[in-house]
Design a protein around this ligand. Structure first.
Ligand code: K1U
Ligand code: ZN
Length: 190
């Protein structure tokens, strides 16, 4: 498995429509494994293919954030087939580091997708999973959470991003696993 670079705001791939996956090949399964590794290393709860510069319509999610009891979920060609209610909540994005905002989303969604074996399934989601699914499916259609903010809040978010973006001159961020940071820190203390 490999860690992949995550594209950040300004990279054109984040604004492109994705292409549906026609056959779930071993190459796609390998990409899925790399996306999980990258998402866990970045301490995210979701990652969509455009975020690592790929055009395929697929996303990986694990909202547990507890590395001892992982619940990895794969959604290939996901579609929201039903939704209900509305709820506001804070979101971040691995492609816009250090920027956060309150976004209104459907309170519950039903999503249809293919799994890593190409088999169709449906999931009904509420709370964080519903929010994460909507955030990731937005990525698959070139939309970002900042697009849902009011003009004033979007301006504030973009001003914050202006302060941050200098850290990413080539519009990518390389994820350093937390374990390596801890080891480096321990070495420095010796
Ligand atoms: O797609 C992404 O950029 C991943 C993103 C998913 C997401 C976070 C929050 C709400 C909806 C979708 C992240 O994982 S951001 C980092 C994160 O772990 C996090 C931030 C806020 C709340 C919960 C998790
Ligand atoms: Zn995101």
């Amino acid at each position: 498995m490999s860690l992949l670079d995550i594209h950040v705001l300004g990279s054109p791939v984040l604004r492109q429509e994705t292409t549906p996956v026609t056959v779930v090949t071993d190459e796609i399964r390998c990409l899925i494994d790399d996306m999980f590794e990258t998402m866990y290393a970045a301490r995210g709860i979701g990652l969509a293919a455009p975020q690592i510069g790929r055009p395929e319509r697929l996303t990986v999610i694990d909202i547990t954030r507890d590395h001892d009891s992982k619940q990895p979920m794969v959604f290939i060609n996901p579609e929201i087939v039903a939704s209900d209610g509305a709820i506001r909540g804070e979101e971040g994005c691995l492609s816009i580091p250090e920027v956060f905002g309150e976004v209104q989303r459907s309170a519950s969604v039903k999503v249809r997708a293919l799994d890593r074996d190409g088999q169709p399934f449906e999931v009904e989601a509420t709370e964080l999973l519903a929010r994460c699914l909507q955030h990731e499916i937005d990525h698959l259609h070139g939309r970002l959470f900042i697009d849902h903010l009011s003009l004033l809040k979007r301006k504030a978010a973009l001003a914050k991003w202006d302060e941050e973006k200098g850290k990413y001159p080539d519009l990518r961020r390389t994820v350093v696993p937390a374990l390596l940071i801890a080891e480096h820190h321990d070495d420095a203390e010796l």
